[in-house]
Design a protein around this ligand. Structure first.
Ligand code: COS
Length: 380
């Protein structure tokens, strides 16, 4: 048993800290306030050498392991959950799904851009009436011989409008239920594909969340991802990994919030002493730090299982469930420790508190994670 990082992990962490301090933290409040998608930040990551974490160099990756990817997302989320979310969806979800389920031609076509940050990817499963019940897909892809004719719409899609490639789930055979769902690689310029409403959100405001509309989009046969009828399995398998990414965002947020609180309780003086000298706040700090340690252990265990090629769906769901609830708890406590100042935009904790909530909702609510966990345990 070994809980330590390798030298490579330490280097990734160091590089990420440098990148985050120089390029992410300074603009985090501004991009949240103006809802500006930080395209340039994603591109700059590659320039710092943070490129295609966990992907093979054959497709433009850096040959680092999956733990290195987790470290990268954790460091981003400590300072800006929006940036962590954009990066994680584009690489940890979309590029990872293409790497796992795509054919050679698809990998060569899409991975280099996604890994270099010169293009962004999105994952489109959710529909107005297919949220937690992801199998209730209404979007249809009709086999027309040389191509599929795609009609329908998707909602709440992360990176909508900024992505060049979208993994879209659609029904190729409604009579087969979940076995009639297929996955497609839809490109932004395909005729009949448009972006609808972009949501105005409570948190992760610099990430884009929007509607996709498909009106007679001709998707070439070669853009089918994996086998026809396997779309639901592909989506679920993708989400197993995606859930590690969200758990990582949540953990990073909790750690970032605790850092802010520690700094504040040492600086802020009331009754003639730093407020951190009060036992009530010391206990808040101790509770948060202990739970963060527990969350880290759950998360890195899930990541380690994934890296080792072992089953990790249950552990990914546990890590997401625990860390996303924790992100909310820690940001609330950290804001409380800031008193009235924490409720203003002068302090980062106000944004972190708003950002935390989404982690227990997207890529499967906490309630869905509990379904997944209990199914693994009970095997009924
Ligand atoms: N990996 C691969 N395949 C999986 C899988 C996984 N993790 N989980 C399920 N499947 C497969 C099953 O094996 C089954 O296929 P077979 O019949 O070929 O064996 C198929 O998918 C259907 O599985 P199941 O019957 O469990 O599907 P349900 O409709 O009951 O799914 C939940 C249940 C709630 C777990 C699922 O709908 C879910 O995860 N919902 C949340 C979706 C979500 O995260 N939405 C957010 C959108 S992304 S921001």
């Amino acid at each position: 048993m070994d809980f330590s990082f390798t030298r490579e992990h330490e280097l990734v962490k160091q590089l990420m800290k440098q990148f985050v301090d120089n390029e992410v933290r300074p603009i985090a409040a501004e991009i949240d306030e103006t809802e500006r998608f930080p395209l340039e930040t994603i591109e700059k990551m590659a320039k710092y050498g943070i490129k295609g974490m966990s992907f093979s160099s054959q497709y433009g990756g850096s040959n680092t392991d999956y733990i290195s990817y987790v470290i990268a997302v954790e460091e981003l989320a400590k300072a800006c959950c929006s940036t962590a979310c954009i990066y994680a969806v584009s690489t940890g979800l979309v590029a990872a799904m293409i790497e796992k389920f795509g054919n050679e031609q698809q990998k060569q076509k899409y991975l280099p851009g996604l890994l270099a940050g010169t293009s962004i990817g999105a994952f489109a499963l959710t529909e107005a009436n297919a949220g937690s019940d992801a199998s209730a897909q209404q979007t249809v892809a009709k086999d027309m011989g040389d191509y599929y004719l795609l009609n329908g719409s998707k909602t709440f899609i992360t990176n909508a409008g900024y992505s060049s490639v979208y993994i879209v789930m659609a029904m190729t055979d409604k009579s087969k239920g979940v076995k009639g769902i297929s996955a497609f690689l839809v490109e932004k310029d395909m005729e009949g594909f448009s972006i609808g409403k972009i949501e105005e959100k409570c948190g992760v405001r610099a990430s884009s969340t929007g509607e996709l509309i498909f009106e007679d989009v001709k998707v070439p046969k070669e853009n089918l991802l994996g086998k026809e009828g396997k779309g639901f399995n592909i989506a679920m398998a993708g989400l197993d990994g995606g859930r590690i990414s969200i758990a990582t965002q949540a953990l990073g947020l909790a750690e970032g919030a605790l850092d802010e609180a520690i700094k504040y309780v040492k600086e802020r003086k009331q009754f003639g002493k730093p407020i951190g000298k009060n036992q009530g706040l010391q206990w808040y700090i101790a509770e948060c730090a202990t739970k963060i340690e527990a969350g880290r252990a759950l998360l890195y265990k899930a990541a380690w299982l994934k890296q080792a090629g072992l089953p990790y769906g249950k552990e990914a769901a546990m890590a997401k469930f625990y860390n996303s609830e924790l992100a909310m708890e820690v940001t609330i406590k950290a804001l409380q420790m800031h008193g009235g100042y924490g409720y203003t935009k002068d302090y980062a904790i106000e944004r972190m508190f708003r950002d935390a909530k989404i982690t227990s909702i997207y890529e499967g609510t906490s309630e869905v994670q509990k379904i997944v966990i209990s199914r693994h345990i009970l095997d009924l």
